[in-house]
Design a protein around this ligand. Structure first.
Ligand SMILES: Nc1ncnc2c1ncn2[C@@H]1O[C@H](COP(=O)(O)OP(=O)(O)OP(=O)(O)O)[C@@H](O)[C@H]1O
Length: 275
């Protein structure tokens, strides 16, 4: 979706800007349990928004509503001004459970999204090059013919990332995509994601339990309350892009980390009290 066709709306402060996604008074319950309560926020073109909050508070449910897997009970999730009706190739989704097909090899998993009818306009050679590019970037070339069941957890997660990136969706929706990775690979993946986002302007929503990851990757971090999900705080991250690892040691980063951790820990304590 290009800039001209993006919907222009007024945000809460009245500033005109390109809103790609709008959660508008969204509530969701499962049976008697309210999971999301009257949540409103916008995601603008090129934003990288992270949701942080306690386990089980309803973050995945919010992402599922944007992905089109779940419908709100009240309110609306608008994508470029229209209510989300279902999943679509404009939204690349990466879930905790990896999202790889066990019946396809590594190479075919990465190619999968590119071979769908919607991408058939891309010449075959180019599709092959894109597959190679992401297989290399994720260090999976030596395993091109391997089955997912024979990969380590971290490799499967890299495969899921390669598959999602290769399909080149406009929106990246990521639910704990780096959770199963060791610290070094996780850090490599952060750099790679930065590179991809710099090179191909995308809009992203990330769910993470790591405050550092949220700050380092995002343009905005939203703290979500104990269930039912409400917005506790939305912080514009004051660091420009590109970023590098030295940022993690800066005074400003450390202050933000301390503040956000405090906010999140309060919500964890409240969520614990619900059990
Ligand atoms: N399909 C469903 N049917 C019934 N309850 C559900 C369903 N999906 C989620 N829930 C419940 O809704 C609550 C919120 O779940 P959700 O997965 O959205 O939380 P979360 O914040 O993403 O958690 P985590 O960080 O652990 O992934 C949980 O109590 C969960 O058990």
């Amino acid at each position: 979706m290009n800039g001209e066709s993006a919907v222009r709306m007024q945000n809460e402060t009245g500033t005109d800007h390109e809103v790609k996604v709008r959660f508008q008074n969204v509530s969701k319950h499962y049976g008697d349990v309210e999971v999301v309560h009257d949540v409103s926020f916008d995601i603008r073109e090129g934003d990288f928004v992270s949701l942080v909050g306690p386990s089980g508070c309803g973050k995945t449910t919010m992402m599922n509503m944007l992905a089109g897997f779940v419908k709100p009970n009240s309110g609306e999730v608008l994508l470029e001004g229209k209510p989300v009706e279902g999943p679509g190739p404009d939204r690349g989704v990466m879930f905790q459970e990896y999202g790889v097909f066990p019946w396809l090899t590594v190479e075919k998993n990465i190619r999968f999204g590119l071979d769908l009818a919607i991408k058939r306009h891309i010449p075959k050679d180019e599709r092959r090059q894109i597959t190679e590019k992401y297989m290399n970037l994720m260090r999976l070339s030596d395993f091109r013919n391997a089955w997912p069941k024979n990969l380590s957890g971290g490799m499967r997660q890299r495969l899921a990332l390669a598959r999602a990136y290769a399909a080149n969706p406009h929106f990246l929706l990521m639910d704990e995509p780096f959770g199963a990775l060791d610290a070094q690979t996780r850090s490599d993946m952060h750099e790679l994601l930065h590179q991809i986002l710099q090179a191909e302007r995308k809009t992203a929503l990330l769910i993470t339990h790591s405050v550092d990851e949220a700050i380092y990757l995002s343009s905005r971090v939203i703290v979500i309350s104990a269930r039912p999900s409400r917005i506790v705080e939305s912080i514009d991250i004051p660091f420009g892009f590109p970023r590098d690892k030295s940022l993690l040691d800066s005074r400003e980063f450390i202050d933000l980390r301390i503040h956000l951790r405090e906010q999140v820990m309060k919500q964890y304590a409240e969520q614990q009290a619900l059990r």
